[in-house]
Design a protein around this ligand. Structure first.
Ligand code: MG
Length: 159
């Protein structure tokens, strides 16, 4: 069996008056992530990791932030595009490992729902999706609660 790995990274600023979307799930919080899309930093990083493993350009190529029609786009549409490009080349997601970095909110209580959502979107088994939430110990911009970042690694299997 052939295998491919990919990495993804993304960061978005927190802003008032936005919904906080992570992994396709709405997380209750006083602020959300700013972006041309719904700002779902986790779905963006997973999408980029999948595209990277396929040797394809990143999500900005398929969903340019200069396209007015994409304003406020649901990031599930972005990851569905990455997954369909992957499936076209007869690849499947073997596993996903993600680190979400933000000072707050606490994300552990939502990991079950996020994992289920990622499993539905990517076809990866829930038991093969790793989720970790880290703070930056109050250091820097993320440590001041101004942004949320995400680092993702994926393994794709090729049939
Ligand atoms: Mg992004």
């Amino acid at each position: 069996m052939q295998m491919r790995t990919g990495i993804g990274f993304d960061i978005h600023k927190f802003a008032e008056g936005r919904k906080l979307m992570l992994g396709g799930i709405k997380i209750p919080f006083s602020r959300g992530l700013l972006g041309h899309s719904d700002g779902d930093v986790l779905l963006h990083a997973v999408s980029d990791a999948i595209l990277g493993a396929m040797g394809k350009p990143d999500i900005g190529y398929y969903f340019p932030d200069t396209d007015q029609n994409l304003e406020g786009i649901d990031s599930r549409e972005i990851i569905k595009k990455a997954v369909s490009l992957m499936a076209k080349e007869k690849c499947a997601v073997g596993n996903i490992d993600a680190v979400i970095i933000c000072e707050e909110p606490k994300l552990l209580p939502f990991f079950g729902r996020i994992r289920r959502s990622l499993s539905e979107l990517t076809g990866a088994e829930e038991g093969r999706i790793g989720l970790k939430a880290k703070t930056l110990e109050r250091l820097g911009d993320i440590g001041r609660g101004e942004a949320c970042a995400c680092i993702v690694s994926v393994l794709l299997t090729e049939n």
